[in-house]
Design a protein around this ligand. Structure first.
Ligand code: NAD
Ligand code: WQD
Length: 336
């Protein structure tokens, strides 16, 4: 069975390509390399001892995308390709809507033309916005607070409409919480452009000496230690969730929605002290004002994924910190 992975050279995509090859799938990747390097895929092939097809193609280029489907016999698609920086989406919203929404429309058109109707889509916990209660269930109100999040919700709704309109579409909408960590080899991991927006890459870059100190965005939230609480999920566990999703779509056709998280929250201070304890690295930090748009607490109810997919996260905070640090310390400049 051959899986087309859009955005497969990226952070979550590269870990998922590795999991797919290990599980015996054939893999074709489409990526425009706008936020990734082909080196990640070379390392995936080295780690698995298997080869994959790589097509440097932009989803906005429908003709080239079509050519990939003409050449390769694709059975299903895992769709990661998209822009993901929340702050950037506020300043250049049209680029986000065009890339994420139009890219997905092109992909669905080309899939339909080639009779490929199985898709696993990367959605995000950001579709819930500021939750009224935690843990968050899949049927909680959806209220994204920025253009990035709204692009994810629009795509979810488009895929729901597509499934309603035409029999045969099998779609899994996977809402990831906070993906972190790296493969245990230290050969693939997260390689953000410029100064990281997210907590864990920021911490590892302070530890490796690329950044001088961590700014902790607020200690006056209504949480036990005053800092924000999130649900950090190891990227390898997340990757394995995609394989479970492909299997459920094969055995139970339809459209399904799952939260993929660890199902418990950690505060910023807990993450910093957990990282220090596991790695022995001191993280210099200071408390600064809240980051606009941040929420106090966000973590998943993962009981549906446990029950229906037979999936749950196995790697805890110690493994997350150890693996993130192994990747950063072995590759201080990422894939460069
Ligand atoms: P990433 O930026 O590392 O990977 C996305 C990949 O898509 C990149 O390799 C990029 O080059 C490619 N891409 C972007 N636009 C493209 C286009 N038009 N055509 C072809 N390729 C294109 O990001 P990631 O962290 O691996 O995230 C993967 C997916 O998961 C994204 O859709 C993201 O929105 C979603 N997601 C990520 C997180 C997170 O915190 N990392 C959380 C929830 C959801
Ligand atoms: C985590 C916690 C910060 C950086 C974002 C997107 C979301 C999703 C995942 C894609 C918060 C605090 C952070 C720093 C800090 N992506 N923090 N200092 O904001 O939960 O989610 O990534 O779908 O859409 O919004 O993740 O890692 O940025 O922040 O104190 O330098 O760490 O305030 O409490 P977030 P994050």
């Amino acid at each position: 069975m051959k899986i087309l992975v859009t955005g497969g050279a990226g952070y979550i995509g590269s870990h998922t390509c590795l999991a797919l090859l290990d599980a015996g799938y054939e893999v074709a990747v489409v990526d425009n390399l706008s936020n990734s390097k082909e080196e990640s895929l070379k390392r995936v092939q080295g780690l698995t001892g298997k080869t994959l097809e790589f097509h440097k193609v932009d989803l906005l280029d429908k003709r080239s995308l079509n050519a990939v489907f003409e050449k390769s016999s694709i059975d299903a698609v895992i769709h990661f390709a998209g822009l993901k920086a929340v702050g950037e989406s506020v300043s250049i919203p049209l680029r986000y809507y065009h890339n994420n929404v139009t890219g997905t429309l092109n992909l669905c058109d080309v899939m339909g033309d080639h009779d490929v109707r199985t898709m696993v889509f990367s959605s995000s916990a950001t579709v819930y916005g500021d939750p009224q209660t935690v843990p968050i269930k899949e049927d909680s109100p959806l209220s994204p607070a920025n253009p990035y999040g709204r692009s994810k919700l629009m795509i979810e709704e488009i895929l729901q409409d597509l499934h309603r309109s035409e029999a045969g579409w099998n779609i899994a909408l996977l809402r990831y919480f906070n993906p972190v960590g790296a493969h245990s080899s230290g050969l693939i991991g997260e390689d953000p452009n410029g100064v990281p927006n997210n907590l864990l890459p920021f911490i590892t870059q302070v530890a490796v000496g690329k950044l001088s100190e961590l700014s902790i965005f607020g200690n006056d939230y209504p949480t036990p230690d005053g800092t924000g609480i999130r649900d950090y999920i190891h990227v390898v566990d997340l990757a394995l969730g995609h394989i479970k999703a492909l299997r459920i779509l094969a055995s139970n056709p339809g459209i399904v929605v799952y939260n993929l998280g660890a199902g418990r929250g950690y505060s910023v201070l807990e993450m910093v002290s957990g990282f220090e304890k596991t790695t022995g690295q001191k993280i210099h930090s200071k408390i600064v004002a809240r980051r606009p748009g941040d929420i106090a607490s966000c973590y998943a109810d993962v009981s549906r994924a446990q029950r229906e997919l037979g999936w749950s996260s196995e790697r805890g905070i110690d493994e997350i910190c150890a693996d993130a640090w192994r990747w950063q310390s072995k590759n201080p400049d990422g894939y460069e």
